[in-house]
Design a protein around this ligand. Structure first.
Ligand code: URP
Ligand code: ZN
Ligand code: ZN
Length: 460
């Protein structure tokens, strides 16, 4: 199976040039001008289009038991959505309950994804307990190719861990050479604020924000910085939403903490008023940390441009409105948290970032693909266009115009939080390891072709 992508403008974080790309045996084997197609090669005309490395989403939830229900997508529906939207690799969180055995959880998640995904995938190992048995399992899971942990400083009494467990996790991570990703919010403060608001009869989705204001997230980031400083561990802040938190992360970095920051497309384009919509519509915009005041958006865009923020992810966590978000109709603390965007991340980021003049094409590729590959040990197999890299390519049509709608999306979900948003550009062709998997908004790939990507520790 060979593939020739002809005449596109290749864009990486450092370069931009017109050339042909020849792919054989799933990898890129030649990049040059005027390459001739050998017999039997599939040829894609990329004239007038960009060719980007396949985009990588470092933060998705697919199989997710959470808040009394399960996220809606399967690996089949999520990977279809990913590929159609230009994402050719994602990293999913393994989120076991605190009484479950980590190794069993790893095997459960791997079993669910294997044979069911159209694109390549990896995992962050959720640390929701810490004891001798769990530590043995974590060592084994790292040996099997999962070189990142995930901790929740939020979700008291559920997925959240104690300071003692955080310290032990970071010490282990440091000794194994793995990076720890962290959801940063002070769990006790959230729990107390939730109690107070409910006691005052404040039960609607608009109160979710007030149970987790910016200072609660900033305290979580500060907390993580302290523990990372004490242990020397490498840490990655997931879904950072606001200026206060970014300041704490930068302060940590100035003290020498090895820290990376992720933000989400939701925080760049949606804001607190979305969760204030009447008739419980606001529940569609409930996630944690919450959507913030609009003024934070410029701070996050600047952060991406200045590279204080390294990656742009989705934290894809889909819950239906009619049957799942509604579980919190009398109590906002019971609304399953999550705003799905796996399918729309790249088109929205391109439209509002590149076309909107906030970031350039190189920053776009860097934050949505290359940096993720570098931080999580996938580079240069993923995240770039060079000889020997996997042939994950996005031939992108900058002339396309369209509108996002739940009526046409691939995600297994009865609403889209970006309903009615216009997009200026979309993938024309998406390849996964040299095979066309999406064409002009349609999935044409193979479910089950996606591979588990084992990642080595100690790649920094
Ligand atoms: O609201 C969110 N973010 N839902 C998914 C779980 C998490 O905290 O990442
Ligand atoms: Zn989180
Ligand atoms: Zn998440």
């Amino acid at each position: 199976m060979s593939l020739l992508v002809k005449g596109g403008e290749i864009v990486t974080p450092d370069e931009r040039y017109v050339a042909d790309i020849f792919c054989e045996n799933e990898t890129i084997t030649r990049i040059d001008r005027d390459l001739a197609a050998p017999n039997g090669a599939e040829v894609i005309d990329a004239t007038g289009k960009y060719v980007f490395p396949g985009f990588i989403d470092p933060h998705v939830h697919i199989y997710l038991p959470f808040m009394g229900t399960f996220a809606k997508d399967t690996h089949e529906t999520a990977s279809r959505a990913a590929v159609v939207g230009g994402t050719t690799t994602f990293i999913e969180m393994i989120c076991p309950g605190c009484a479950e055995k980590p190794l069993e959880a790893f095997e459960l998640w791997l079993g669910k994804a294997s044979g069911a995904s159209a694109c390549d995938f990896s995992f962050h190992m959720g640390v929701t307990r810490y004891d001798d048995e769990a530590e043995r399992d974590f060592r084994e899971i790292v040996r099997r190719g999962v070189s990142s942990f995930k901790v929740f400083l939020a979700y008291k009494g559920a997925l959240g861990i104690s300071d003692e467990q955080l310290y032990q996790t970071l010490r282990l991570a440091k000794s194994l050479g793995v990076i720890t990703t962290a959801h940063c919010e002070n769990a006790d403060l959230v729990a107390e604020l939730q109690k107070k608001l409910l006691a005052e009869g404040k039960t609607g989705p608009e109160w979710h924000y007030w149970s987790r204001p910016p200072v609660v997230e900033a305290e979580g980031v500060h907390h993580l910085m302290t523990f990372a400083e004490m242990t020397g561990a490498h840490v990655y802040i997931v879904h950072l939403s606001c200026e206060e938190s970014l300041r704490e992360a930068i302060r940590g970095a100035e003290r020498g903490v090895h820290v990376w920051v992720e933000t989400l497309i939701q925080y760049l384009l949606l804001d607190r008023t979305d969760a204030e919509k009447p008739d419980f519509e606001g529940a569609k915009a409930v996630m944690s940390p919450p959507l913030r005041d609009k003024k934070n958006q410029e701070v996050l865009w600047n952060g991406l441009r200045q590279r204080f923020v390294s990656t742009l992810a989705t934290d894809h966590a889909p819950f239906d409105f009619a049957t799942q978000k509604i579980m919190g109709c009398d109590d906002f603390t019971k609304i399953p948290n999550g705003i799905p965007s796996l399918e729309d991340r790249i088109n929205l980021y391109y439209t509002h970032g590149v076309k909107g003049g906030r970031i350039d094409l190189h920053q776009f590729v860097d934050t949505a693909s290359t940096q993720t590959a570098k931080i999580f040990g996938l580079f240069p197999r993923k995240g770039t266009i060079q000889l020997g890299s996997d042939a994950d390519l996005v031939v992108y049509d900058p002339e396309y115009r369209g509108t996002i709608s739940a009526k046409t999306h691939q995600m297994n979900l009865d609403y889209n939080s970006f309903e009615g948003f216009e997009i200026e550009g979309r993938p024309h062709v998406v390849t996964v390891r040299g095979k066309v998997a999406a064409r002009d908004g349609k999935f044409v790939g193979d479910i089950g072709r996606g591979k588990f990507l084992q990642r080595e520790p100690d790649h920094f």
